[in-house]
Design a protein around this ligand. Structure first.
Ligand SMILES: [Fe+2]
Length: 149
C-alpha cells in the first residue's frame, strides 16, 4: 500500500495514524493528543457548539495554489473570551499533517483565523481543525473533504 492510499484508507476507516503527535482521531472518547483527551465534534449541545471548530473552505482548489481556510471557534455558538476562560489556540490539519496553528490572547483576539495553504498533489484531501479551550480542553472539527484539481 503506497503512502497516499494508506492515508485514504486511514481516513475512510476513521483512524489517522501518527505524524505530528496525533496518535489517532477516530473515537474522541478514547483518543489523545500529546496526553490531552480529544473531544469529538458536537453541535447537539450548547457546550459542544461553543467548542467545536468550524472549517470554511472551498470544495475544490487548484493544486499548487494557495487558498484560504477559515477556522472559527464559536461559529455554532459563541464561546466566552475572558481571561479566565478562552480559546487558546486553533490548528489546521491537511490529511495527517499540521498545516498551521494560531495562538490567541484572551479578550484581545478572536478565535477566527484564516490559514493560507496549498496542496501540491491532485486528488481528495481531508481537512480537520482543533481548538483548545483553557478550561474545556481539546476539540476536533467535523472533517471537510476537498478536491484538489
Ligand atoms: Fe470553554
Amino acid at each position: 500500500m503506497n503512502r497516499r492510499k494508506f492515508i485514504q484508507t486511514a481516513v475512510a476507516s476513521g483512524v489517522l495514524m501518527a505524524a505530528n503527535g496525533i496518535s489517532s482521531i477516530a473515537n474522541a472518547d478514547e483518543t489523545f493528543f500529546e496526553g490531552t483527551p480529544i473531544f469529538k465534534p458536537d453541535i447537539k449541545t450548547v457546550h459542544g457548539k461553543k467548542h467545536t471548530p468550524f472549517i470554511d473552505v472551498p470544495k475544490k482548489v487548484k493544486a499548487g495554489e494557495f487558498f484560504d481556510v477559515r477556522v472559527i471557534t464559536g461559529y455554532y455558538h459563541p464561546h466566552p473570551n475572558k481571561v479566565e476562560h478562552y480559546i487558546q489556540w486553533s490548528s489546521l490539519y491537511i490529511d495527517i499533517f499540521e498545516a498551521g496553528k494560531a495562538n490567541f490572547k484572551a479578550t484581545v483576539s478572536n478565535p477566527d483565523v484564516i490559514f493560507k495553504v496549498k496542496i501540491d498533489s491532485k486528488g481528495k484531501a481531508i481537512l480537520r481543525a482543533f481548538s483548545y479551550c483553557n478550561i474545556h480542553g481539546l476539540w476536533l472539527s467535523f472533517p471537510k473533504e476537498i478536491e484538489v484539481i
